[in-house]
Write a new protein. Structure first.
Length: 269
């Protein structure tokens, strides 16, 4: 009997242990390729399995303002920065899985796109987690905050808001921040971390582009102006205001229009 993609995405989302979650995502991708996993876009799915999202006991989640900033001049400081990136990637696995199971009746390519995102975010988490282990730390060694998932939770009833405010807003900040972080590791001649960050940045451009593409699809479908509705959703859901400097080249590659980039510049004035 064939299994169903959106149901399995929910089951993977519920998994708490990071390695088991990565394995589940890998198996889900393999099942789709082999044809053992089918997609039912209209299936009504109700979560009766457990808490969403599944996450390990550590890291402890704290208010973003209380997360300690540590110097890049120490191993502990560098590990804390890498841990923060790993936490973002772990949350990104969950948000991709949530986007698959939660929203029915979208085109098949929507679900395939977010499965691809889940797979790549899982790989990013593995790279960062392995690096942390190699320097004597691990995922859970530091406190973390839950801002990204909080926006996922806020937008659980509206796919337009989800596409607007999670990949296009919360995740898009990585397009601006990652080159600066990578430069800091270049300065200390950490070639392994530099290479990992290059992989992540290249993939994140594609992930934000997926968010942009489906945001614009939903806007076109309902005859909505994307710039106008975006500004309204930011206010409605109390999304963070994006602050520059912006990686304009990466944002263009991720599908932001000139009009949207102009709006960002106006917001920062």
């Amino acid at each position: 009997m064939n299994k169903e993609l959106r149901q399995l995405a929910l089951e993977s989302l519920i998994i708490s242990e990071p390695k088991s979650k990565r394995i589940a995502v890998t198996e889900l991708c393999r099942g789709c390729i082999s044809g053992d996993v089918k997609l039912d876009i209209s299936k009504e799915i109700i979560n009766t399995l457990g808490h969403i999202p599944g996450r390990p006991a550590l890291p402890i989640l704290v208010d973003p303002l209380t997360v300690k900033k540590r110097s890049m001049n120490t191993l502990d400081g560098r590990a804390a920065l890498i841990h923060a990136l790993a936490h973002i990637e772990f949350n990104a696995i969950n948000l991709a899985l949530d986007a698959i199971w939660r929203f029915p009746n979208l085109p098949e390519d929507y679900y395939k796109d977010w499965l691809k995102v889940a797979q790549e975010e899982s790989y990013h988490f593995e790279l960062l987690s392995n690096y942390l282990t190699g320097i004597g730390y691990g995922y859970g060694s530091f406190d973390a905050h839950n801002s990204l998932w909080e926006m996922v939770e806020k937008t659980k009833n509206d796919p337009l808001a989800r596409m607007a405010l999670v990949p296009r807003t919360m995740e898009s900040r990585g397009l601006d921040a990652l080159p600066l972080i990578r430069k800091r590791f270049i300065q200390i001649n950490d070639k392994e971390m530099t290479s990992i960050l290059e992989v992540i940045l290249n993939d994140e451009v594609g992930h934000v582009e997926i968010g942009n593409r489906w945001f614009n699809y939903l806007c076109d479908k309902d005859g909505i102006d994307p710039v106008d509705i975006y500004s309204k959703l930011v206010v409605q859901y109390k999304a963070p205001t994006l602050r520059g400097p912006f990686n304009i080249e990466a944002r263009r590659a991720a599908g932001f229009t000139d009009r949207e980039l102009e709006a960002l510049a106006i917001t920062n004035n």
